[in-house]
Design a protein around this ligand. Structure first.
Ligand SMILES: [Zn+2]
Length: 319
């Protein structure tokens, strides 16, 4: 027998099956707002100001009036869509493209797709990315850990970099953790123990088994975190230790994907915003097994976050 919850979900997000079905279903702004209201509150609308359910709907457009606190609100209130001047249909198309395109979508491409300015498309993408942070829960079982570097060489570097420091100067350092069913990738200043220690403590504990390469930054794992730690030596081109079975190939595969994602779509990974771009990538990577409708349902379950344009500007400058 079909799971009724899953059936409901498929019914609600059926229009997110493809871009074509979004265009066919959401023909007017009113339909978009009605659908959003249903997704947010179901049949009983709840006032976002006071939590009351004594709410009346206005006849002219999809907005509500609360009898308890005497306030008016729309389904957009308190979500990333609040105070937007763009039609909701364009937002839905943008969301579909971001969560379903494996390598992401650039603001230039989105602006062409939606017929809006590149600046508007960039803000849209930034708002969508705010809703895709990585889960902060512990990983389970065996965890592969590796450090990677993404980004180009410095522009003035016509010749080969003289030192490793020169080579890494314009790159973003990342630490990746891969368990059986989940990936975590975080931006760090540099691949050393002081930087990776708080991240490892947040995601692994003494119940995990850890596999790494023989990098110096990983040598304190066993002593400091108390978990079993096995290494694989990459110097003699061995990718799996024949005795312990230690390997880091799963987490290393993410580097090649992130590099293609960065080179092919974004071209530049600004250091101060790189965690947002990485979060977006990891979200898609972790939801690969979901279909388009399930992914849309997951995304829309997080939309009750209000992000202003001013916040994005300030946030982007401070990070
Ligand atoms: Zn109210």
């Amino acid at each position: 027998m079909a799971d009724p919850k899953k059936y409901d979900l498929v019914q609600q997000f059926n229009s997110f099956k493809s871009l074509d079905s979004i265009y066919r279903k959401f023909t007017t702004e009113r339909i978009c707002r009605e659908w959003l209201s249903k997704v947010r509150w179901g049949e009983v609308v709840v006032c976002p100001h006071c939590g009351s359910i004594i709410v009346y709907r206005s006849k002219s457009k999809v907005s509500y009036h609360c009898d308890e606190c005497n306030s008016c609100f729309t389904p957009l209130y308190g979500t990333i869509f609040q105070s937007t001047k763009l039609p909701l249909r364009k937002w839905f198309v943008a969301i579909w493209l971001v969560i379903n395109n494996k390598k992401g979508v650039s603001s230039a491409m989105l602006s062409r797709e939606l017929g809006i300015t590149q600046k508007s498309a960039w803000y849209m993408l930034m708002k969508i990315r705010q809703l895709l942070p990585q889960e902060e829960t512990k990983l389970e079982g065996a965890v592969q850990i590796d450090c990677g570097y993404v980004g180009g060489l410095l522009r003035w570097c016509n010749q080969k970099p003289k030192s490793r420091r020169d080579y890494l100067r314009n790159k973003v350092a990342l630490i990746g953790l891969a368990s059986k069913d989940r990936y975590v990738v975080k931006v760090i200043d540099e691949g050393n123990w002081a930087n990776i220690n708080p991240i490892l403590r947040a995601y692994i504990d003494n119940r995990n088994t850890v596999y790494t390469d023989q990098g110096h930054e990983f040598m304190k794992i066993n002593k400091q975190l108390g978990c079993e730690h096995y290494t694989v030596c990459h110097e003699d081109k061995r990718w799996k230790d024949p005795i312990t079975g230690a390997t880091t190939s799963k987490v290393e595969a993410t580097w090649s994907h992130i590099k293609r994602h960065h080179k092919g779509i974004y071209h530049k990974l600004p250091k101060r915003r790189s965690q947002l771009y990485v979060d977006e990538f990891v979200y898609r990577y972790n939801t690969l097994k979901l279909n388009q409708m399930e992914r849309a349902a997951d995304f829309f379950s997080k939309i009750s976050v209000q992000v202003s344009y001013k916040q994005i500007d300030e946030w982007s400058c401070n990070v």
